[in-house]
Design a protein around this ligand. Structure first.
Ligand code: NAP
Length: 247
């Protein structure tokens, strides 16, 4: 596992699921953390679980759909931790429905958190990374953003949008030594997938070459790789971590 000692890593949606696993993996690798989610108590609880790693942890409850909150979070991270080296845009939501039943609110909410939130947080972080001529962003997309998925037109569009955003930022900021990549997880065991109907889960399992769902730690390993110097010549890449669900 790569060493992140002294690096400052910002993770959105870090209170649970994949985001918490990311925070734990980066803390184990020595990184200081700036963590956000919307709910303060869950965030504090998560930070408490990470206290034993002896790294600095700054937490802030905020909504990533608000540009001012994203800017403020980045500025306060610099004050609290000293600088910013890595941003992982992980926060995301689902509001599933078949297209003809999906209302505008469900569309807007998911696009707003998943895609606009990723844009706003990236923009705030990139202002800092651009100036210091180094930085690293990893965006969490999804296998469904690559293959489509009935009942998730809003979510799929947001995750496909993240792939386009990733490639564009990689091209815009590569000259400033900022790498921007995405990880596209398949089915991961979290509260997001726990909520799926049993028949959907069984069908998915049948289509996965490795015949198991991913753990959040499987995803974290891929994110740490892309954020590390081991991936020094990789940018604009979408790394599939889907157990062979989609090739
Ligand atoms: P999760 O368990 O539902 O956690 C989502 C996290 O995002 C929570 O910490 C939540 O905090 C935060 N969040 C939600 N809306 C936010 C907002 N507006 N502003 C700030 N934080 C917000 O999700 P997960 O399953 O770990 O998924 C994490 C990421 O992986 C998502 O982008 C998801 O789309 C992607 N993904 C997941 C899977 C899977 O199978 N689970 C597969 C592919 C991709 P609060 O509760 O405090 O709001």
């Amino acid at each position: 596992m790569a060493d992140f000692t002294g690096k400052n890593v910002m993770i959105t949606g870090a209170s649970r699921g994949i985001g918490f696993a990311l925070a734990e993996a980066f803390a184990k690798a020595g990184a200081n953390l700036a963590l956000c989610a919307t709910r303060e108590e869950a965030l504090k609880e998560a930070a408490g679980k990470l206290a034993g790693y002896g790294v600095k942890i700054y937490t802030k409850a905020l909504n990533i759909t608000c540009a001012d909150s994203c800017e403020e979070f980045v500025q306060n991270t610099i004050k609290e931790l000293g600088s910013l080296d890595v941003l992982v845009n992980n926060a995301g939501i689902t509001k599933d429905n078949l297209t003809v039943r999906m209302n505008e609110q469900e569309w807007d909410d998911v696009i707003s958190v998943n895609l606009k939130g990723t844009f706003l947080m990236s923009k705030a972080a990139l202002k800092v990374m651009f100036k210091k001529r180094s930085g690293n962003i990893v965006n969490i997309s999804s296998v469904v953003g690559e293959m489509g998925n009935p009942g998730q037109v809003n979510y799929v569009a947001s995750k496909a949008g993240i792939i386009g955003l990733t490639k564009t930022l990689a091209k815009e900021f590569g000259g400033r030594n900022v790498r921007v990549n995405a990880v596209a997880p398949g089915f991961v065991q979290t509260s997001m997938t726990d909520a799926l109907p049993e028949e959907v889960k069984a069908k998915a399992l049948g289509a996965i070459a490795l015949k198991r769902f991913a753990t959040a730690q499987d995803i974290a390993k891929a994110v740490l790789f892309l954020a590390s110097d081991d991936a020094s010549y990789i940018t604009g890449h979408v790394l599939a971590v889907n157990g062979g669900l989609y090739m």
